[in-house]
Design a protein. Structure first.
Length: 209
């Protein structure tokens, strides 16, 4: 056994140590409902379970009704100061172009924080390692994330802030590249808007200790 692991996580009350490996799991869930469904021709929905088990965060996200045969970015979003994030809705289409784009989610949902790709602990958002939907328009993502590594990256990125899962929301993004989105649909930096368009969101809630 190596040196003891120590990292502050999931709020000030949660401290990860080697002794915590035997602690009872903490479970969080989110039910994701459709966003922009009236414009993209499908209504995405699904469920996510996030469990702190020992020194790992076990993540399972199951989606259905998503645009088929493409990669779907997915992340939890939130505010670094731990204000409570909520999901965007149709009323948040501030430029009235008929779409709630990524930038329009920021006032209520905060910033993109942790990706659910091949290595969430690195917090590298632009990758091509997110889940790929089937021909039927569904996917399942399962990942065991090392908490100490994720905590260290989160601490560096947000200068001592905590992960605070219960203050976050989970978004799934992405439509086909030929969707014909108007130029008013905004994205982040050079990433195309069809990649970041939100298609589903759910509030993360704690359901057990």
């Amino acid at each position: 056994m190596g040196a003891p692991i120590s990292a502050t996580l999931i709020g000030a009350a949660f401290v990860l140590t080697c002794a915590a490996a035997t602690a009872q799991a903490q479970t969080y869930r989110a039910h994701l409902t459709a966003l922009n469904s009236g414009k993209i021709g499908s209504a995405a929905e699904g469920d996510a379970t996030l469990r702190i088990v020992g020194d790992h965060l076990e993540v399972r996200i199951k989606m259905r009704g998503v645009p088929a045969n493409i990669e779907h970015w997915e992340h939890f979003h939130g505010f670094p100061d731990a204000r409570n994030a909520t999901c965007a809705a149709a009323r948040d289409d501030t430029n009235k172009d008929g779409f709630v784009d990524l930038i329009e989610t920021e006032p209520m949902s905060g910033t993109t924080m942790v990706p659910f790709n091949d290595r969430p602990e690195d917090m590298q958002i632009p990758t091509h390692t997110y889940p790929h939907a089937s021909r039927a328009g569904d996917f399942e993502y399962v990942k065991s994330v090392p908490l100490a590594q994720l905590a260290a990256t989160f601490d560096r990125t947000y200068k001592g802030r905590h992960i605070d899962l219960e203050k976050r929301v989970l978004y799934v993004h992405g439509v086909e590249s030929n969707s014909g989105l108007p130029t008013s649909v905004a994205s982040l930096g050079p990433v195309p808007s069809h990649v970041t368009l939100p298609i589903a969101c759910g509030k993360i809630e704690k359901v057990s200790k």
